[in-house]
Design a protein around this ligand. Sequence first.
Ligand code: FAD
Length: 354
Amino acid sequence: MPIPEPSVEMALHEALSVDLKPFNTFGLSCIAERVLTATAEDDVRDAVGTVAANEALSLVLGGGSNLLFTQERLTGTVLHINLLGKHVVSETDDAVVVEAAAGEPWHPFVLWTLENGWGGLENLSLIPGNVGTTPVQNVGAYGVETKDVCTEVRFVERGTGAVHTFSAADCAFGYRDSVFKGPWRNRAVITAVRFHLTKRNHTLKTHYGSVDAELEAAGIQPSPQSISDAVVRIRRSKLPDPAELGNSGSFFKNPTVSAEEYARLRALKSDAPGYPQADGRVKLAAGWLIEQAGWKGYRRGDAGVHAKQALVLVNYGRATGPEIWQLAQDVVADVHAKFGVSLEPEVNLVGGGL
Ligand SMILES: Cc1cc2nc3c(=O)[nH]c(=O)nc-3n(C[C@H](O)[C@H](O)[C@H](O)COP(=O)(O)OP(=O)(O)OC[C@H]3O[C@@H](n4cnc5c(N)ncnc54)[C@H](O)[C@@H]3O)c2cc1C
């Protein structure tokens, strides 16, 4: 007797009425009407490949480390990306191209590349989330961004099920930005990402944050592994661990303003940091602005602004998504009233808000 083709329900794991609390680093409770878990690209095509299936989709969920649930219930379907696997695509004496499935957890993937002696991802150590989400906002830290190492992104087009492969140039990476936040927003489900890494003659970046100082203090020569270790130590000392204190990393983007707006801010606050950009605009430090407005360490119920890093909003345990979102909006309004600067969330709002 022929074995029947697996149905969508058999291939995709389905669960109803699921609390997403364990699936977001803010630790916020949000009851999802329906969750489908995809473990293969075909599952993703089954879940979003038709107009009807795509219209039912309310969220593509990776590691949940860059999300804020603004409501306590979510209707429709959540597609949880759990595609696993990683392998070498090609290599020379100098370099290697590796591919990882979208659901691979990012930091263990970085550690795997380092164990193999490959350089390129060390500065991006300890960032929470999945491999497949790194291209979405061009994840970056300590002078390196996804755009510096990513060569290809494979994704399923929502509504048609077509599979596309974009080069890094196609992805139009920018500061916390890419086509996946622009023209392809809510139209693509990333299934795999490729990275170009070095086997020797590594390009080491140590001049950002306190990486240099950390290496010097420990008397260690820069290498991909030692830079990773330094970045891990620095991040642990500065940022709250989501396992202990719910948070989503930097809640706001660093705003970019015109030179005139920056001059106006300097007239109010002569020590306001500003970083000139190639296009003549100036990038400001959102955390500094929030701190100057007096919000650092502020707590309202279980929602708060982190005591060490004002850019990070935190959940002390029982805060709800709407409470965190209200606090965020109050911070935005106050910073605008005091300094005339508009802050935008870096986190993705799920359930509406903007
Ligand atoms: C403590 C902490 C520190 C952080 N530090 C940094 C940092 O230094 N630099 C930095 O850039 N970020 C940082 N972040 C933010 C976050 O870790 C990254 O943005 C990460 O890439 C998010 O991955 P995720 O899988 O958790 O995404 P999720 O939170 O699950 O999703 C984020 C967005 O991407 C979409 N998405 C998820 N998976 C896919 C997919 N397969 N295809 C298409 N869309 C998808 C979601 O729908 C959502 O809109 C930090 C977060 C925390 C909690």
